[in-house]
Design a protein around this ligand. Structure first.
Ligand code: MLT
Length: 395
């Protein structure tokens, strides 16, 4: 057999696996080190009581012959689709139930959605950005064009800066920079896509961190988006589901390319290759949208945002330039002293026992920057920032 030789074009390992490997090597050599992790954006707050109670009830149902459930609908149970629909209605977005597809998370959907798209298309990817967009397209052998996010454009590249392409990835709030597109900027992207029958893949995984009510939290808040955009979202960062696994993708019926609706294509793909998210998990996800669940999950988000505020204040004290951290759980800081991302990563790990993510891991344009996550425990975040301040004051 012949292998998919496109894999030879990938970086040797996925960014966060490389970081985990480096960390494990360091831990083996220094078992006594008290390490604080601010690398991968993994949550630390436990599932909230509303979610836990809903999941417990679902476990009991699954253990009872009268209420037991076997295979579920691949598209998700309608109770969860309707809860998501209600959430969007609260944002002023009307969706049909069958436009919402429940999945095991944004990462899977962002990769799997490419099944619908010819490998002849050119994809446009911001640089820096979540590495999954690039890696999944490299695997498929698709041509990738880049548009640079820089301090000059507020890390929000616009169509005017972009080369021609058939598909564009937009991530807002952006991972890793924390930048958020406003409505006018997103409208420019929607017009760009509709004019050339292109597709926007909109990653809204961090939407729950947007505190400014003038900023959009869904691409469908922009007129014309239903004819050009697929939105991918997740409960990972919204409700602490990184280990529980649940997300969803919206494919509007109005999205038609080459006389073909993408919605039934995606349903065909999912019903063939995916058996759905566990009932117990979907009941937990449903609880996120109850009054109680919403209040509890938003309290956790406020906790992380307070961490981000503490981190930003510490960087202010030592005069380091940074971005993000307001409508986002990430702080995107400029590396002091002219070090590269990986040099600073090693220095921080070895001298402060703090783990972060080199900006260059998110793309060439990320070199010279470093990402810190606010998803940690508050006391540990304070401790990490004390160590970082000390280290930076010696550079
Ligand atoms: C990140 O750290 O960028 C994210 O946690 C990765 C992910 O969500 O897959």
């Amino acid at each position: 057999m012949k292998i998919n030789a496109n894999y030879n074009n990938l970086e040797k390992s996925y960014l966060f696996i490389t970081i985990a490997k480096k960390l494990n090597e360091y831990k083996e050599a220094h078992p006594e080190a008290d390490i604080i992790k601010m690398g991968i954006g993994d949550v630390t707050r436990p599932l909230c009581p509303a979610v836990v109670n809903a999941m417990n009830r679902a476990v009991t149902e699954m253990g009872n012959a009268e209420t037991f459930r076997g295979y579920g609908d691949e598209q998700g149970y309608s109770f969860l689709q309707d809860a998501i629909k209600g959430y969007y209605a609260g944002k002023g977005v009307e969706l049909e139930t069958d436009e919402i597809f429940v999945s095991d998370g944004a990462k899977s959907d962002l990769g799997n959605i490419l099944d619908l798209i010819s490998t002849e298309n050119t994809v446009l990817v911001p640089d820096p950005v979540y590495p999954v967009y690039v890696d999944t397209n490299v695997m498929a052998g698709r041509k990738i064009a880049y548009m640079t996010g820089s301090e000059e454009n507020g890390f929000l590249p616009m169509p005017g800066d972009a080369p021609e392409a058939d598909i564009v990835y937009l991530c807002s709030p952006n991972n890793p920079t924390g930048a958020v597109y406003d409505k006018d900027q997103l409208k420019e992207w929607v017009d760009w896509a509709n004019e050339r029958d292109a597709l926007i893949l909109f990653d809204a995984a961090y939407e729950a961190f947007v505190g400014d009510e003038n900023l959009p939290t869904s691409i469908y808040q922009i007129e014309g988006a239903k004819t050009c955009a697929i939105e991918v979202c997740s409960f990972s960062k919204t409700a602490g589901f990184t280990g529980t696994r649940c997300g969803y993708t919206v494919v509007p019926h109005a999205l038609v390319r080459e006389n073909t609706e993408l919605n039934p294509m995606w349903r065909r793909r999912q019903t063939t290759k995916f058996n759905g998210v566990p009932y117990i998990v979907q009941r937990g996800a449903e609880a996120v949208f109850t009054e109680e669940g919403y209040a509890q999950t938003r309290a956790d988000i406020a906790y992380y945002k307070e961490n981000a505020r503490i981190m930003a204040a510490a960087l202010d004290e030592v005069g380091v330039t940074y971005f993000g951290g307001i409508n986002s759980p990430y702080i995107w800081m400029k590396i002091p002293g002219g070090m590269t991302g990986w040099e600073f990563f090693d220095k921080l790990l070895e001298e402060a026992n703090v783990v972060g993510t080199p900006g260059v891991g998110f793309g060439k344009a990320g070199e010279g920057y470093f990402r810190l996550t606010a998803f940690g425990n508050k006391e540990r975040t304070i401790e990490a920032m004390e160590r970082i301040k000390k280290l930076i004051s010696l550079i």
